[in-house]
Write a new protein. Structure first.
Length: 560
């Protein structure tokens, strides 16, 4: 109870977000403006065709939901003409759907979304800076703001959230905004009845966040712990707490009902599926050696020579001496972070609860743990900072850290590590180091991928829309429905009759390093997926390739 009271007092005494904005508007304008300018420049100079090959899985699903909502007013999107609507979170697509209405061409739609994404990630950087400022004196807040926007710029995942429609940045931004509003509500000196607007705003932000990611209702844990601190200091009638509990329960029921299809059609079973099949020690190793360190070093995963994940269920962190050494670095960073969490319990108990409660759900999902933990990033910065300061104090290094030259040197070294990792391996794929794209080869790589897929688009758009059906990899099914307006067919036992009635084409395409490293295997695998449903022949009608980008189109015919 002592930590609950002290945490409540700390949150009530700290500077509010509006005051933070007014006081640091110059640093925000400079750093935030520089971030937005860098992103806008990339949007202008990188051709949208480079991102065609990246439109798969999550971004593709969100784009399909956006298109369906813009054109039909519902989110019952399908990937193929013979496939049912797929259950998936719709809000990440709905947020971007206005650009489907405003622009007819896919390239313009994508660029419009990228501009919106830049604003969302910029807002996230600002909110993250505000949270991180809680452990710094005011004279250092301008540097905190610079750090936050620099981190966003150097993080492969946050940059990916700029260029593609993803859920990570919107969820993190709306959830952080909800937490900031909840502090305003719970710590209000006036009666809560005078904060109806703020309470409504908090409910709206939680509701929106809940449509973006299934863990959003856990935002109420933060508010509940903070409210418990208020209750321990300011007694309120029992009926007030019973009423609050009833309203909260009703609110949760409404949130679940609004997301029933996505939750029970997909997200409820995903953690259970991974928990049942995944290697339990690998889950802990992934959390401590990869996921948590990635929150303080934005491209930490690039330091592994071999991909740290082996398929979906296990980690492989000891494939080389370098990987073992980098794993130990990750464990050291996590140890500092965990020690800071313990040190900060008297001030940050709501934050600690908010970070720890979702771990049983997020840790089993090995491929996504690192990405999901990014929503809690500013709190992990706080814990790491507290742990690092305590370690420096114990080692007698704290006086050195007060010298400007030492601080400048430390920052230069950290920047060299981050930039060095990015220079050593660019693009953030699961490729091994020897085959990765370097900084010097990146322009040629981007241009080659863009030209290859632009050529494929031109070929597909030359095919008659009414007679054409495409078959693609399951992860890319629906891609060219979005880009070129050509429908897909999901292979099934009726394929032979469909081939007689329509022009059916099999697409083999790669523009990312993972697929292109095993191009022959990938192409053969695509054909085998079709051959499971009958005897067919494949006539190559279009082929184009460049450095690390390959596409080939096969006309499917019934075997004679």
């Amino acid at each position: 109870m002592g930590n609950t009271k002290s945490s409540y007092r700390f949150h009530c005494e700290m500077e509010g977000f509006p005051e933070f904005l007014r006081r640091e508007w110059r640093a925000i304008a400079i750093c935030g403006g520089a971030f937005c300018a860098a992103m806008f420049a990339a949007i202008v100079f990188v051709e949208p065709s480079f991102f065609y090959s990246r439109l798969s899985t999550d971004p593709l699903n969100y784009f399909l939901k956006a298109k369906q909502f813009a054109e039909a007013g519902n989110t019952a999107a399908t990937r193929a003409v013979n496939a049912p609507p797929f259950p998936y979170s719709a809000m990440p697509g709905v947020l971007r759907s206005p650009f489907i209405v405003l622009f007819e061409d896919f390239d313009d739609q994508l660029r419009g979304m990228q501009v919106l994404n830049t604003i969302i990630v910029g807002a996230l950087g600002l909110l993250s800076a505000y949270v991180f400022s809680w452990v710094h004196p005011r004279p250092r807040h301008r540097y905190v703001i610079a750090f936050s926007f620099a981190f966003m710029l150097l993080s492969p995942v946050w940059v990916a959230n700029v260029f593609l429609p993803l859920a990570d940045a919107p969820f993190a931004a709306f959830s952080l905004a909800a937490l900031v509003v909840s502090i305003t509500v719970v710590c209000a000196r006036s009666p809560l009845s005078n904060k109806r607007g703020a309470i409504a705003g908090f409910a709206a932000l939680v509701a929106i966040a809940s449509t973006l990611r299934f863990t959003a209702p856990l935002l109420l844990v933060f508010a509940a712990v903070l409210a418990n601190g208020r209750r321990s200091l300011h007694s309120l009638p029992r009926r007030f707490w019973l009423g609050t509990g009833a309203v909260t329960l009703l609110f949760l029921v409404i949130l679940v009902s609004l997301n029933f299809q996505a939750i029970f059609g997909r997200y409820l079973f995903e953690p259970l599926w991974f928990a049942a099949r995944g290697d339990k020690p690998s889950m802990i190793a992934n959390l401590l050696s990869v996921a948590l360190p990635s929150q303080v070093i934005p491209n930490f995963q690039l330091g592994f020579v071999h991909p740290p994940l082996d398929l979906l269920y296990t980690t492989k962190l000891t494939e080389s001496t370098a990987d073992i050494a980098w794993t130990l670095v990750g464990l050291a960073l996590s140890t500092i972070m965990i020690s800071g969490l313990w040190i900060g319990r008297r001030r940050f108990l709501p934050e600690i609860a908010y970070v720890l409660v979702p771990l049983p759900v997020l840790v089993p999902i090995l491929p996504s743990t690192t990405r999901y933990m990014m929503s809690y990033q500013p709190f992990l910065w706080v814990f790491f900072y507290l742990g690092a300061i305590a370690l420096a104090r114990r080692m007698g290094l704290l006086p050195l850290l007060k010298r400007p030259a030492v601080v400048a040197t430390a920052l230069a070294v950290m920047m060299a590590v981050v930039v060095g990792l990015r220079g050593w391996k660019v693009a953030g794929t699961a490729s091994e180091r020897v085959l990765a794209v370097t900084v010097t080869s990146a322009p040629a790589y981007v241009a080659g991928v863009g030209e290859t897929f632009q050529g494929l688009r031109q070929f597909l758009e030359s095919l008659p829309r009414e007679r054409t059906l495409l078959i693609g990899d399951p992860g890319t099914e629906g891609r060219w429905k979005i880009i070129a307006g050509r429908d897909y067919y999901d292979p099934d036992p009726s394929l032979a009759s469909i081939v007689r009635e329509k022009d059916v084409y099999l697409l083999a395409e790669c523009g990312t390093l993972d697929t292109c490293q095993s191009w022959e295997y990938y192409r053969n695998k695509a054909q085998q997926r079709v051959l499971k449903f009958g005897e067919f022949q494949f006539d190559s009608v279009y082929s184009r390739q460049s450095w690390r980008a390959h596409v080939e189109v096969f006309r499917i015919r019934n075997a004679l």
